[in-house]
Design a protein around this ligand. Structure first.
Ligand SMILES: NC(=O)c1ccc[n+]([C@@H]2O[C@H](COP(=O)([O-])OP(=O)(O)OC[C@H]3O[C@@H](n4cnc5c(N)ncnc54)[C@H](O)[C@@H]3O)[C@@H](O)[C@H]2O)c1
Length: 703
């Protein structure tokens, strides 16, 4: 065999052992090993059954997608090998444990019989990479469990557990035990019972199993709800092809798969998949850095953020104490956490026992000495420098030596807060996004003196609580909000020039953005946004431009705080934004006051360019200044934290597709037509030099 695949004899059972840590991913070597094992098995008539088993913590948990960009990539060799496996004339079984995903599911479906251990997870997550299962998953799964459930699983990419897999008929049996023993016992029973090979490809899908318009409906649904994702349509078509003879379905699946593999959407989504894994790596960090143990957490401030942050730790089973200034604030904070959990329980996502378990991990205190034993303390008090400095000074004294002190500030200087503690090496920023229990993004802010083990520990903690963490250096707004600032700036200038909020939002939502800038700020709170601008002005950070973010400041002055007060950029009918003539009047008045000419010819393309090109330009500055380690980190921040469409791969990936020369030219164009007294349109040196050398942002690496 090969180094990663062995054939072992266990009496009359040939055990194919795959040992390709960490997740037994399919690779060319695994496939070659499988083919060699099939040769050996076919030649040896003393074997009565073939058992597929994986060493380590999981069955095959997916394919090796690093080879997808290879122009010569093809699934055909694997598919032919799976066909040989299925065609064996003696029973073929698989014992499944850990995660049976993607290519692993397709391997399992090529076997005649399947047994799983409890707590095994099953899924076909290819859709999350913009593709479909390309090794006959779309043909075998519907034959096994019916088209409706197969389409649901393949189109959603969701996972199911052993119990659900047994009920669906994906596995024949669920048995507790050591996987190899479970598999051997299962195979022995097959041999004793003279079980015949049972090939899924020979089964038929009954056309009556679903309503006549099932696939038309599914295609409509894909077009309506997943318009940006060609995979949604192709998955429906591939599953529909399972109604045809197997060989025809196979050819259709291959064609639909190939269309997706080379699609820009899948390339963008694959870029994000790799970028996310890359983001966890800290350049220059020594391999032997000793991580600190985080077994208990403290949070100062049980407001909007504090409560949400606490839920992350309770969900991960880590005891957490919340500190407040009054019993009322504490009760309100913990009460909100409980009602969030209860809402999840009402939707069936948690049992009531789980709600109680999580609540039992949370306790409140008015006495901050309760933080003395905590390994990690996160402050989430009001965004006010004096207050935060005081809180940090106190934390420097109360927290035990070796404890990590983190701040959730959105805008304040982490280095100043670090100094305030008197132990800056222990300090780091942990910038959660709202709602903190839902949003996946965490910006981990590396201060000038943050020690490497603190940074590495926080990255590991982030992973443990299910966040995607990106390291940012210290600057105003870190990576995400700093880029959002130029985006909001242009949204407001466009309004003052005559564009309506719905036109502005519509232009970027048309690209797949979850929410345009006006809807986003209405939801986050105009008051929060305006205060940030005002504070930054006081700190001397704003350009000397009276019209800068004039709209948000005016709306704030008028008490239009957004969705929560029923009016902001839009008026609100419940949670539904409706156009409001009042904001048009406000913008017109501001334009007149600041000498901004109103126009009626602002088109969609101008809106897109003016919102996104400065944002991309700011991203390039962030790279140049060493605030972000890599372009992919910025793409992760925007896709995981700001609703930037994953099928566009993030702003910098998108920039490379548009072309940096074109972007630089348009920035210069706007500098001419809008004037550039405050440098808003000055092309960053990095963007200029990459464009001149015909390079891409994704080619950029820190020197
Ligand atoms: N709301 C957001 O969208 C968001 C997003 C990311 C980061 N942040 C940051 O998170 C922090 C908290 O914001 P928030 O929205 O949760 O504010 P909030 O007003 O909802 O909560 C702040 C809480 O801190 C408490 N508090 C104040 N002083 C305290 C002290 N000395 N000791 C203990 N508790 C004290 C208050 O009673 C209040 O409950 C800010 O730094 C903010 O910039 C907010």
């Amino acid at each position: 065999m090969t180094k990663t695949v062995y054939l072992q004899r266990h009496g009359a059972i040939a055990v194919l052992l795959i040992a390709n840590p960490p997740v037994n991913a399919l690779s060319a070597e695994v496939i070659a090993g499988l083919a060699a094992a099939l040769d050996a098995f076919e030649a040896d008539r003393s074997y009565a059954a073939f058992l597929v088993h994986c060493e380590g913590r999981t069955f095959v948990a997916g394919g090796d997608i690093t080879t997808f960009d290879d122009p010569k990539f093809s699934t055909s060799l694997y598919n032919r090998t799976l066909a040989r496996l299925e065609a064996l004339d003696r029973p073929v079984a698989a014992v499944l444990h850990g995660s049976v995903l993607g290519g692993g599911m397709e391997l399992a479906l090529s076997c005649h019989y399947r047994v799983a251990t409890p707590r095994t997870q099953f899924g076909m997550p290819e859709v999350k990479l913009g593709i479909l299962p390309g090794s006959l998953g779309t043909q075998r799964l519907p034959r096994l469990i019916g088209v409706a459930l197969a389409l649901d699983l393949i189109a959603s990419g969701r996972m199911i557990d052993s119990g659900a897999a047994l009920k669906a008929g994906i596995v024949d049996e669920v048995t507790e035990g050591v996987p190899l023993d479970v598999g051997l016992d299962f195979a022995k029973v097959l041999i004793a019972g003279l079980a015949e090979p049972r090939r899924i490809s020979a089964q038929k899908v009954s056309p009556d199993s679903v309503p006549a318009d099932f696939f038309t409906q599914a295609l409509d649904d894909a077009a309506r709800r997943k318009a940006f994702y060609p995979s949604a349509r192709n998955i429906v078509l591939a599953v529909q092809a399972s109604m045809l003879p197997f060989a025809e379905g196979e050819a259709i699946e291959a064609r639909l798969f190939e269309e997706l593999r080379v699609s820009p959407e899948s390339k963008a989504m694959r870029h994000l998949f790799f970028a996310e894994r890359q983001a966890a790596k800290i350049p220059g960090l020594k391999k032997d850095v000793l991580l600190r143990t985080i077994a208990s957490v403290g949070i100062v401030g049980a407001g909007t953020m504090g409560g949400g942050i606490a839920m992350n730790f309770a969900n991960a089973g880590i005891p957490t104490v919340l500190i407040e200034t009054s019993q009322a604030a504490l009760d309100r904070g913990l009460g909100l956490v409980r009602s969030n959990y209860e809402a999840s329980a009402a939707k069936g996502r948690l049992t009531s026992a789980e709600v109680e378990q999580r609540m039992a991990l949370l306790r409140g205190s008015l006495d901050d000495t309760a933080l003395a034993d905590c390994d990690l303390v996160i402050e989430a008090v009001f965004e006010n420098m004096d207050l935060k400095r005081q809180v940090c000074a106190r934390l420097g004294k109360v927290c035990k030596p070796g404890a990590i002190i983190a701040t959730n500030t959105s805008t304040l200087d982490v280095d100043v807060l670090a100094e305030a503690t008197g132990r800056p090496a222990d300090v780091v920023g942990m910038h959660f996004f709202s709602p903190a229990n839902v949003m996946r993004l965490l910006e981990v802010v590396r201060g000038a003196k943050t020690s490497p083990d603190v940074l590495a520990t926080v990255m590991q903690v982030a992973h443990k609580i299910g966040k995607v963490a990106v390291v940012s250096g210290v600057c105003y707004g870190f990576i995400g909000n700093r880029m959002a600032e130029v985006y909001m700036r242009e949204a407001e200038f466009l309004m003052m020039e005559g564009a309506r909020p719905a036109e502005i939002d519509g232009a970027v939502e048309g690209l797949g953005m979850a929410m345009g800038p006006c809807r986003m700020l209405d939801m986050a709170g105009i008051d929060v946004g305006a205060k940030t601008v005002i504070e930054y002005g006081k700190a001397g950070g704003l350009p000397p431009d009276d019209s800068y973010r004039a709209v948000v400041q005016k709306l704030f002055e008028l008490g239009r705080f957004g969705q929560k007060t029923g009016a902001g950029y839009y008026a609100y009918d419940g949670r539904k934004p409706v156009a409001d003539p009042e904001t048009v009047r406000i913008s017109q008045a501001l334009a007149a006051a600041h000498g901004i000419e109103q126009r009626s010819d602002i088109g969609k393309q101008e809106i897109i360019e003016r919102l996104l090109y400065p944002l991309i330009n700011e991203g390039a500055k962030i790279l140049e200044e060493g605030i972000a380690y890599r372009p992919g980190d910025i793409d992760i921040v925007w896709t995981a934290g700001y609703g930037f469409p994953d099928h566009q791969g993030g702003p910098l990936w998108m920039a490379d597709r548009i072309g940096l020369t074109a972007i630089a030219e348009r920035l210069s164009h706007y500098a001419k037509v809008r004037g550039n007294p405050f440098g808003y349109w000055t092309v960053s040196p990095l963007l200029t030099s990459l464009a001149q050398s015909d390079l891409r942002l994704s080619d950029w690496q820190a020197s």
